[in-house]
Ligand binder design. Sequence first.
Ligand code: PRP
Ligand code: ZN
Length: 283
Amino acid sequence: MLRLAIQKSGRLSDDSLNLIRECGISFVNSSLKLKTESTNFPLEILFLRDDDIPGYVADGVADIGIVGENVLVEEGKQELVVERLGFSKCRLSLAVPKGTDYTSLQDLQGKSIATSYPNLLQAYLQEQGVEAHIHTISGSVEIAPSIGLADAICDIVSSGSTLISNGLREVERIFKSEAVLISNSNLSEEKKEILAKLMFRVHAVQRAQKAKYILLNAPNDRIDEISRLLPGAKSPSILPLAEEGWSSLHSVVNEDDFWEIIEKLKGAGAQGILVVPIEKMII
Ligand code: PRP
Ligand code: ZN
């Protein structure tokens, strides 16, 4: 049995649960329970405060965890990272009240900044040669300026809506973060095997998220040219159409470059192009 710690509630928790489900791992999830066991995979899930996850994994209370890089780096536990997961992207930013004049970081010299990330903030200020008073608070950082606790804040921004609803303006981005999978460094052989099985599934899901299945029709005399444009898993599948002289080509393209490829495909004579999502991808 492998113990996975994920965030109980917050930006990361839904994305983490989705990943587990996409890996075909079923479990009963009640918002009241802090622990659940999968019904079809040797995995136990603990629902914890994200700030506590790196410590629990380092101490072996949980074997693995999903946590924001921001929390991990703040706590100086980067060595626990097994893999970057590519979701729950966010940034740690400095923000000031909307009406405040701000032209450069120098404007914060001698000012006070509220944050839950004193280490990351301190390192950044030092690197930039600015001295400010850091007020460390554990939550509701965004209200600090309006209650007179600080001149600025340094907090996680994702959509930016929390800043807007608190009358704040983002002025510097100091750290980029995403979800990472972390692991205790002394897993038993049995646990390592379960983790390897889990990672096999995670990779299949991740690969599929980037890839799109593409289907198109092409005149037979254009097949070579079009095939060269389709990188695919291997080479495209080619099926004859009922209409004489035409074929259907099937392949896989990367999401990042499919718009560019599609322009070229059209230029080469492709018609009826369909792009569809892929659920799992094993190579
Ligand atoms: C962060 C931050 C804000 C919110 C910003 O909280 O403290 O409250 O996300 O998101 P937005 O830009 O989309 O509005 P987080 O999810 O990290 O939870 P925690 O600070 O309570 O642990
Ligand atoms: Zn937190």
